[in-house]
Design a protein around this ligand. Structure first.
Ligand code: C2G
Length: 131
């Protein structure tokens, strides 16, 4: 069984998130999403419109997603890669190269970067505020 891991805030889910989750799921058999907690978002300098429980509820309704776990720190990737014996870690290419060092710790891990979709939660919020 090939297990894929992705990570993110997934605030105000949109088609680019869905496309990324679809691409990630299509790489294997099981997709685990590390969802940034509200506290970790603060560390990332991000303020999500939806709180963790709401973002988790939405993600769990997406058929590509098998499991949602909390992401509390940058190092949680290593924790979950080990815990779930992850085969592939996938992110959008705005992160290209940023997680390649994980392969030093987990030699059999594949790290993939997908082309980032054009939609952004930030732009959605801005456009709605102009309505
Ligand atoms: N993404 C994408 N296209 C978009 C927006 C996001 O492909 N238009 C991808 C991002 O590259 C990321 C994932 O979807 O892989 C989640 O994006 P965000 O919710 O913005 O996550 P981010 O704030 O980048 O947090 O430890 C990693 C961090 O948790 C990533």
């Amino acid at each position: 069984e090939v297990v894929v891991l992705v990570a993110g805030t997934f605030d105000i889910i949109h088609e680019s998130h869905i496309n990324m989750l679809r691409n990630a799921k299509n790489l294997g058999d099981k997709l685990i999403v590390m969802l940034s907690t509200d506290e970790f978002n603060t560390q990332k300098g991000k303020i999500a419109y939806q709180d963790y429980e709401t973002r988790k509820f939405v993600l769990e309704a997406i058929h590509y997603v098998d499991v949602v776990v909390p992401e509390n720190s940058w190092d949680d990737k290593e924790l979950y890669i080990d815990m779930f014996d992850i085969n592939i870690f996938a992110m959008g290419d705005d992160w290209r190269g940023k997680f390649d060092d994980l392969k030093m710790i987990f030699p059999k891990l594949k790290v993939m970067y997908f082309p980032r979709g054009k939609t952004s939660s930030q732009k959605i919020k801005q456009d709605i505020s102009k309505l």
